[in-house]
Design a protein around this ligand. Structure first.
Ligand code: CU
Length: 321
C-alpha cells in the first residue's frame, strides 16, 4: 500500500520526476514527515477508539478512579516525538542552508519576471522566454521582477524562490536529467498569473543538442532568419504574446492584426498613426501614448531590448495585415 520513493525518470503520486541533484533529499524528508504523521494518526485514533468503547459510561457502574500518572509512559511519549521533530528540523534546516548558498562555480543566468512572462538572460546577452540549462552543471539564477512579486518554481528541481521588484534573489540547482520540465509562477500576480508558465530545457553535455551548440545557434537568430521570422521570435521571446494577439482577439493589450498604418485613438483624445516610430515609442515608453480603452499595464522594454530586435519586431508587425 505504501507509495514507493520516486525513481529517476518517473514521477510518483506525490511528486514529478527528480530532475535535480537535491530533489531526492527533499522528497525523502517529505516522505519521512508524511509517514511519521500517518503512523501517529493511526496509533492515536486506534487507542482513542478503544478507550472510548472500553471506558464508556455505563449506568450500572460506579465512577471509575483515574490513575494519577505513569512515569515510564510519559517519558516514552515525550522523548520519542521530540527526537522525531528535532530530526525533521535538522534535516530541513541543513538542506535549506545548502540551497541558500550556491557553490563557488556556477553558470549564472539572469531571470526577469514581469506580468505575465519570464525572460532568461545568458552570459553572452542572449535572451529567451524558455529557460535552457546544461545537464550536470551547477546553475544559478539571479532574479528580479519588473513589477510585482512573482515566484520561480520548477517542481522537477524542487526549487522555488520569490522574485521581487527592486532587489535580487538567488537560487541554484544541478539538473541531473536531460529533458523538458515545467516552470511556473507560484505567487499570485494578477489576471493572467495562471498563464505565467514556461519550460526548462535541460541539454545534454555533448553532441548537436548540447547547451553550447544551442546557445551559439539561438544567439544568432537575428542574422539567420528573415526580418519577419526574427520579429516573430522576438514577439514570442519578449513576452509580447502574453498581452497582444496576432489573430484579431484582444487580451490585456490590443491585437496587432491589421492595425499597421491605421489611425489609433489615444486616451487623451489625440490620434496617432501606427507606424515605425509609434511602435518604437510604445516599446520603450509605453506610457507616453496610451490607447483608448486600455489600462497602461505594458512594461517598458527600455534597456532590455536591442535596436535590431525592435527593427525585426516592426517587420513582423507590418506583415500582419
Ligand atoms: Cu507571476
Amino acid at each position: 500500500m505504501m507509495l514507493t520513493l520516486a525513481q529517476a525518470g518517473e514521477g510518483t503520486f506525490w511528486f514529478p520526476a527528480q530532475a535535480a541533484e537535491d530533489a531526492a533529499k527533499v522528497d525523502d524528508l517529505f516522505y519521512f514527515v508524511l509517514y511519521v504523521s500517518v503512523f501517529f494518526f493511526l496509533l492515536i485514533m486506534t487507542i482513542l477508539s478503544i478507550f472510548v468503547i472500553r471506558y464508556r459510561r455505563r449506568d450500572d457502574s460506579a465512577p471509575q478512579k483515574s490513575p494519577s500518572h505513569n512515569t515510564v509512559l510519559e517519558i516514552v511519549w515525550s522523548v520519542i516525538p521530540t527526537a522525531l521533530v528535532v530530526y525533521m528540523f535538522y534535516a530541513g534546516f541543513t538542506e535549506y542552508l545548502s540551497k541558500r548558498q550556491p557553490p563557488a562555480e556556477t553558470y549564472e543566468i539572469g531571470v526577469t519576471a514581469q506580468k505575465w512572462s519570464w525572460n532568461f538572460t545568458y552570459p553572452n546577452g542572449h535572451v529567451t522566454d524558455v529557460l535552457h540549462v546544461p545537464v550536470d552543471e551547477n546553475v544559478s539564477v539571479l532574479m528580479t521582477s519588473e513589477d510585482v512579486i512573482h515566484s520561480f518554481f520548477v517542481p522537477a528541481f524542487r526549487e522555488k524562490m520569490d522574485v521581487v521588484p527592486g532587489r535580487y534573489t538567488k537560487a541554484w540547482f544541478k539538473p541531473t536529467m536531460v529533458g523538458e520540465f515545467d516552470l511556473f509562477c507560484a505567487e499570485y500576480c494578477g489576471t493572467s498569473h495562471s498563464e505565467m508558465i514556461t519550460k526548462v530545457v535541460v541539454h545534454p553535455q555533448d553532441g548537436p543538442d548540447s547547451f553550447e551548440e544551442w546557445l551559439r545557434e539561438d544567439s544568432d537568430f537575428l542574422s539567420k532568419l528573415s526580418p519577419v521570422d526574427a520579429g516573430k521570435k522576438v514577439y514570442q521571446m519578449r513576452g509580447c504574446a502574453q498581452c497582444h494577439s496576432t489573430d484579431g482577439t484582444s487580451g490585456n493589450g490590443p491585437t496587432f492584426k491589421g492595425v499597421w498604418g491605421t489611425e489609433r485613438r489615444m486616451a487623451d483624445g489625440s490620434a496617432v498613426t501606427f507606424d515605425e516610430n509609434y511602435v518604437r515609442e510604445s516599446i520603450l515608453q509605453p506610457k507616453a501614448k496610451v490607447l483608448v480603452g486600455y489600462e497602461p499595464v505594458m512594461p517598458t522594454f527600455q534597456g532590455r531590448i536591442k535596436d535590431d530586435e525592435i527593427t525585426a519586431l516592426i517587420a513582423f508587425l507590418k506583415s500582419l495585415q
